[in-house]
Write a protein that binds this ligand. Structure first.
Ligand SMILES: Nc1ncnc2c1ncn2[C@@H]1O[C@H](COP(=O)(O)OP(=O)(O)O)[C@@H](O)[C@H]1O
Ligand SMILES: [Mg+2]
Length: 1013
């Protein structure tokens, strides 16, 4: 949770509040609860008027929204406005219908329960507009996905379709809803709008065939005639002229400036396609609408017997074509009624009046049933098939209280409905409020309010109520008329304080009543009803024949609306008013199970004019809407109440004693909590199960504190968690370090142990060597002896005698080196001459020939026979390389190769070109001689055990040090002049001399390892 975004949000709220605190918004009080003179109707009205003139049409009474119709477009419904109101506390911004909608939505989300918004007010007060605004707000504010957008579009577009078919211009409102509408919007647990359902109530069907002066039929007829494409009209047999249709001209105002039928038509077309109406549905639908117009134009003439007849009627043929009913059948149906007499069926002809009546009944039935079909069809498209639990916000936009100059059955039903809704409002607010205080044991000053139950009873009470009397008159045999109904009412309820007729009235009142009138004193005012037509409209009789004719229709919608399974009217169907009464009972049940919210709409003037505030008209509405009582209850009571456990659960982080857990009862916890928060005694009351908070601001302060605290808590939890994570990491690292340390120590200890074991072995060996030092060299003493030798030699190097001849000054060698010691003492060996020779040998061979180092310790002998130097050699024949034992003798002038006493070859030193030896451990030498003479023998290939000694001697005698070459690999020699031979040298496992395949002499020598001698 970013504190930044919180700050930003706070700033935004502040900015918005500042913006809204412009001079304009300071006008008046935003919430009537804050009105000082809260009991004064004038003060109430003043505030409302002040705000109205500043275009501030919304004002609160607590959470109830009062809305005054501005009769002009205000720039307060933009997307920006919606964003501003989203997720903001109720009282933080100026009152708005969006604030209410948002609050309902958020309460639903947090409490996961169902709600409804009751929009009431008289006709033209702005109910339908308000419900549209709410729907639009949800469409924008709810989470959106592609799927949800689909549902959203359908929810939004169901409106223009229903309005086209169910709304009409009346004297009160150019777009008056002529049916009641209750719409459920279903939300999933994430707040996405996932579906909807519409219930419609009592469409004013009589409008199809009759309109009062200044009123119109349902919009759709005009839209079709004005906006329908040429082709369509031709196909429907219609002309583009409303004046042509008798069902459209009775009010004398087919064209109205505030209504654009053409553009509305396009809107409806678009909407129909979005809510899944296919081509054939649309075709059938407009076939029906056109049929109704044609029906209205059907004229009957009286034949000779006075019966209705209809000859070659064009309009009738169009109906026949469009509804797919054989003309013959239709004609019969329009001019005759079917009577069942015992087993027989008899067709009895209508009089002209009767025929007109039957025709109108048919038109109304067709339109009414088609409207129901339309609602069902829309519901199918809005239905959410997913069965997971949804929460619901219901929107009730029902026809408002209506008073015309002449009021009939329709107004009676509409006003009865409003009476019922007022009763519901009273039950849900005023009464329940007081009851709750009583139940919670909280002191309560009773607020007097007018309970309209008495009027509801007057209308709907069993046996005695107007509805019962009306039904009775409709159903009883004999000659019942509207006037007999009036008499019956006078008889039964004549004494009722809210009922008056011409006969019952006093002198003064009588003047305002006609003979056929009765007057009801509704909660919203007096309404005089003209009793004419009550019975008829309540019966809503469609002759059985009419239904049968419709059943033959090929039009799919008509077929659906007049199913053959419908029970025949042997038993009378329920009367209209009874159906309406039960549908209102159903509605009340739906509403009672939900949390209520209210929008009370007020009409500022009768002229539909902007900026005109008619005090008398508004005062009247304020009165009958019960706004003053509501305000008084609000002021006397407490703005908010919450069950202790819910309140504690939410706000317990605000007090250290209740956080994180409270041990005692919830009530005690709340007491402790509010003490900590510093609630003043008059700000709250503790009930039996709930806390009551008087002012919204107290709760909002608490809520704000909670929001801040929530972020702090979140930060703390975050910090704790981070600490926990870091600690975990640290422990891991520490464990790893310990492990590595242990391993390392182990390695070091093992190394130490090995070292010690080695040392023990070495010491042991040393001791053993010492013990066995005098025994012949063996494994046990070899190292010790080597050490002794080395030690002796090291010492010797430092203590060499000054002269060679100082025999006694040589260090006494250890016993194993006795031999060497003797050698030192032999002067011959260390004669100067001999050392000079050794030095020469060294310069010739050191580092060049492998086996040189082993020759160092072998003393040279001066002579091996007599005065000359002689040495035994093996000579290899030049041809075939056969070895032969010979003696090599060096004299002053020449070298001789001698066998026994026979000189085999003489080599003058002058003719000695050079001597080659290998660099390996063999003892071969090759004497290269110059041979000019072909008879002379070639080079000599010899092997000599005293190689170094012999060559050193030779080099000294012949003075030919530089002649001696140490070569690698191979030596070329002359077998005889012009013929060459080769000796190849290499190292091997075993020393060998042999003639190789290539004719070379191969000499393999074993590499002598240093120290093995
Ligand atoms: N909030 C509003 N802003 C502008 N005009 C409004 C508003 N509410 C109502 N009106 C005007 O008043 C007329 C009647 O309103 P409507 O909602 O149809 O009344 P009701 O449903 O209560 O009979 C609308 O057609 C519109 O012209
Ligand atoms: Mg309306």
């Amino acid at each position: 949770i970013g504190t930044n975004s919180l700050d930003e949000r706070c700033n935004q709220i502040l900015r918005n509040m500042e913006a809204s605190l412009t001079a304009r918004d300071r006008v008046g009080i935003q919430d009537f609860v804050l009105l000082d003179a809260y009991t004064s109707e004038s003060a109430f009205l003043d505030n409302l008027r002040k705000r109205f003139h500043e275009n501030l049409i919304y004002t609160y009474i607590g959470t109830l929204l009062v809305s005054v119709n501005p009769y002009k477009e205000l720039d307060i419904y933009s997307k920006k406005q919606m964003d501003t109101y989203m997720g903001v506390n109720f009282f933080e911004l100026p009152p708005h219908i969006y604030a209410l909608a948002d609050n309902v939505f958020r309460t639903m989300q947090s409490e996961f329960n169902n709600h409804f918004i009751l929009i009431s007010g008289e006709s033209g007060a702005g109910k339908t507009e308000a419900s549209k605004k709410i729907l639009q707000f949800y469409a924008v504010s709810c989470p959106s996905t592609k799927l949800l957008n689909n549902v959203r579009d359908r929810l939004l577009l169901s409106n223009p379709v229903l309005e086209a078919f169910g709304n009409a211009k009346t004297l009160k409102n150019d777009n008056s809803s002529r049916f009641g509408k209750y719409m459920d919007i279903q939300f999933d647990h994430q707040g996405g709008a996932v579906g909807g359902h519409i219930l419609s109530y009592l469409l004013e069907k009589s409008r199809v065939v009759h309109q009062n002066h200044g009123e119109r039929n349902f919009h759709i007829f005009y839209q079709l005639v004005e906006g329908g494409e040429e082709d369509l009209l031709r196909w429907l047999g219609l002309e583009r002229n409303c004046q042509h249709y008798s069902y459209l001209v009775q009010g004398g105002c087919a064209k109205v400036s505030s209504i654009n039928d053409k553009s509305d038509w396009r809107m409806v077309q678009k909407a129909l396609s979005v809510i899944e109406f296919n081509e054939s549905d649309i075709e059938h639908l407009f076939g029906i609408i056109a049929s109704v117009l044609h029906l209205g134009n059907i004229k009957f003439v009286a034949d000779v017997r006075g019966y209705a007849s209809l000859n070659n009627n064009q309009e009738m043929h169009w109906v026949s074509k469009l509804l797919g009913i054989p003309a013959q059948v239709l004609q019969q149906g329009l001019t005759h009624r079917k009577i069942e007499a015992k087993a027989e069926e008899v067709f009895s002809p209508f009089s002209v009046d009767h025929a007109v009546y039957a025709r109108d009944a048919l038109a109304k039935a067709i339109y009414g049933r088609t409207f129901n079909w339309l609602v069902n069809k829309i519901n199918e498209s809005l239905a959410n098939k997913d069965s997971s639990r949804k929460t619901v916000i219901g929107l009730l936009d029902i026809y408002g209280f209506e008073v015309f100059n002449v009021n009939s059955f329709e107004q009676f039903c509409i006003n009865y409905c409003n009476e019922k809704l007022q009763q519901l409002f009273i039950q849900l607010t005023l009464k329940s409020e007081q009851e709750e205080y009583e139940m919670e044991g909280i002191e309560w000053e009773p607020v007097p309010y007018f309970n309209n139950k008495i009027i509801c009873d007057l209308v709907e009470e069993k046996h005695r109520g107007i509805i019962s009397l009306l039904d009775e008159e409709c159903l009883r045999p004999g000659e019942a008329t509207d006037l007999t109904l009036l008499e019956k009412m006078e008889e039964t309820i004549g004494g009722h304080p809210h009922f008056v007729t011409h006969k019952l009235a006093d002198q003064k009142t009588r003047k305002t009543l006609e003979r056929g009138d009765f007057r009801l004193l509704h909660y919203a005012g007096e309404v005089t009803y003209c009793v004419v037509g009550f019975l008829d409209k309540n019966n809503d009789l469609l002759y059985r024949n009419g239904k049968e004719v419709m059943r033959q229709s090929k039009n799919a919608i008509i077929k659906h609306c007049f199913p053959s399974t419908e029970p025949d009217s042997k038993r009378r169907p329920e009367t209209v008013v009874t159906q309406f009464k039960s549908s209102l009972v159903g509605l009340t049940e739906i509403l009672m199970s939900k949390e209520p919210w209210y929008v009370r709409c007020i009409k500022p003037n009768e002229a539909k004019q902007p900026g005109r505030f008619d005090d008398v008209l508004v005062r009247h509405q304020v009165k009958y809407l019960g706004l003053m009582e509501h305000l008084r209850v609000r002021r006397a009571g407490f703005a908010y109440r919450r069950k202790y456990d819910i309140f504690l659960q939410r706000y317990k982080p605000l007090c250290p004693d209740t956080w994180p857990n409270w041990k005692g009862t919830a009530a005690e916890g709340v007491r402790c909590l509010i003490k900590h928060l510093g609630y003043k005694p008059d700000e709250y009351k503790m009930g039996r199960s709930k806390i009551f908070i008087r002012h919204p601001r107290t709760l909002f302060a608490t809520e704000d504190a909670f929001q801040v605290c929530k972020h702090k808590l979140a930060t703390r939890i975050q910090a704790k968690y981070k600490g926990y994570r870091v600690k975990g990491d640290y422990q891991k690292q520490r464990d790893a370090a310990t492990k590595i340390e242990n391993c390392w120590r182990g390695i070091m200890a093992r190394k130490e142990r090995e070292k010690r074991a080695w040392a023990v072995k070495v010491i042991k060996k040393f001791i053993k060597g010492f013990i066995t030092r005098n025994q012949p060299a063996c494994n046990d003493n070899s190292e010790y002896l080597a050490y002794v030798r080395q030690n002796y030699l090291t010492r010797l190097r430092e203590n060499l005698p000054k002269t060679v001849l100082e025999k006694d000054s040589w260090l006494t060698p250890p016993p194993i080196m006795k031999e060497v010691g003797d050698m030192f003492l032999t002067p011959a060996v260390y004669s100067r001459k001999s050392l000079v020779l050794k030095a020469q040998t060294s310069s010739m061979f050191k580092g060049k020939k492998e086996n040189y180092p082993f020759s160092v310790c072998r003393p040279f002998v001066d002579t091996r026979i007599g005065k000359r130097y002689s040495v035994p050699v093996v000579k290899y024949d030049r041809n075939g390389f056969r070895p032969r034992l010979r003696q090599l003798i060096f004299t002053q002038e020449a070298a001789y190769l001698v066998e026994e006493a026979k000189i085999k070859q003489r080599i003058d030193y002058i003719s000695l070109k050079g001597v080659s030896v290998s660099n390996l451990s063999d003892n071969f030498l090759i004497l290269h001689v110059t041979c000019d003479d072909i008879k002379q023998k070639g080079d000599l290939v010899l092997q000599c055990d005293y190689l170094f000694e012999a060559l050193t001697k030779l080099s000294v005698i012949a003075n030919k040090q530089n002649y001696i070459k140490v070569v690698q690999g191979s030596v070329r020699f002359d077998i005889q002049p012009g013929r060459e031979g080769f000796v190849d040298f290499k190292s091997g496992q075993e020393s060998m001399v042999y003639r190789a395949k290539n004719g070379h002499l191969m000499v393999v020598s074993v590499k002598i390892i240093k120290g093995s001698c």
